[in-house]
Design a protein around this ligand. Sequence first.
Ligand code: AMP
Length: 542
Amino acid sequence: MLGLMQDRPLLISSLIEFAALYHGDVEVVSRTVEGPIHRYTYADAHQRSKQLAQVLISMGIESGDRVATLAWNGYRHLECYYGVSGMGAVLHTINPRLFPEQIAYIANHADDRIILTDLTFVPLLEAIADQLTNIEAIIILTDQAHMPETSLPNVHCYETLLDGQNGDFEWPSFDEKTASSLCYTSGTTGNPKGVLYSHRSTLLHSFSSTSQDVIGLCSRDTILPVVPMFHVNSWGIAYTAAMCGAKLVLPGMGMDGASLYELLDGEKVTVSAGVPTIWLMLLQYLSENDKKLPHMDRTVIGGSAAPVSMIETFENDYDVTVVHAWGMTEMSPLGTTGNMKPKMDNWSYEDRLAMKCKQGRAVYGVDMKITDDDGNELPRDGKAFGHLMVRGPWITTGYFKGEGGAMLDDGDWFDTGDVATLDPEGFMQITDRSKDVIKSGGEWISSIDLENIAVGHPGVAEAAVIGIAHPKWDERPLLIIVRGEDSTVEGAEILDFMKGKIASWWMPDDVTFVDEIPHTATGKIQKLRLREQFKDYTLPTA
Ligand code: AMP
């Protein structure tokens, strides 16, 4: 027997519609790329999102078409979130930190028809314009006064297009399983792969985030997502904030300590979210300038492990609770959050801190287990470590266009690629990655890509790349080289050779030479042994 409840679809448009109706006077504050701080309300954001939907329809965009953005966290990007997905098209948020050729690849792979870009990325688009096969129009997210001189074809001014529409628009209703947005993730090998979210998965993820045991976002909060809107939908915050009517503060390009502090303090931000690198810069600014964070209640730290010193500094020196979180692009992204359980209030400081350093416990909706290489479940004893497997309604079933093949096992479990422990309290701790990607400032650097390029140098016999801990970027690549016979090649020559073949921030921070690189029985480089060998290595940039 089926229940007798309404089957109303969960649609992204309903979020901004709700925010406009019930929190219409709540502010959205943005640091613009043009310079000034911009402020308006959820009611304004709703009206302009509808105008954007009208613009897209007038340009021939239909349900399911991909519309891309290359943009920082700002109000116009927010309008793209609602305008594009709301009308039934798919918002493809491109990560501008990818290597230009990868950007061209993913824009073509996604069949993007339109790109909406911040002024910042116009030169980037100019450089790859002739490689973009499907783009019919480029809309620059600015007003007429700031329109640049550009060689780009079919360019439009965002504000001029919006001015041509009246916003008298009803959001369409459709199946909640319809694709809403697309985000590419770069793994260790090959091209980036697309994760395709749905309206349903996005709304369920947002409901979860408002829960007290997750981020606990509510209308009393002011949230500043430092995590970019081009990386997993800013951890869903652009949606969750509208769902609960929280004031939203969007930092634009201003990720440095001084710029962040100005907004955190001036806008009385109560909760924020970002990767450890960002918080290191902020903490340094606060200590050098003797500043405090009186309004801030909590901060969500994820993307890579939050260092213990960072947790202690936030909590002890600034009275800001750290919510350590773990997730991934394939999971929308939230999987775990490290909110303490009541019984832990009575634990010793050291025991509580040890729990805070773990990545947290599963949020409702995410099933989680660890397995050995044969798929057998391992005990939740905090000691055994294995492949971290997840499943749930906001976790991917497979990559866009079937890249990478079938992703799930019989029970729908998705292998995260992380290796972890689970303890009796349900807290998960990442112990290793089954892949050896290097995490630099919250972004991935593929060690294998770097190795492949380095071995292209005639003086190099073999190359291995491992991540070395770095005080600012978490990890930076160290290139380990075995010279070819009779070769006298030096590190600078190899780095010179690699320049232009990879994004500049992928360049290894140092090169070191060894006689031999350790191998497994099947001839694979033993990264674990290398990491052990270089565990005390200090990079010159550290
Ligand atoms: P991405 O899809 O780029 O967000 O990266 C997801 C990966 O980042 C995960 O599979 C983990 O390897 C890593 N990660 C995310 N959050 C954390 C965390 N709190 N601690 C350690 N690693 C993390």
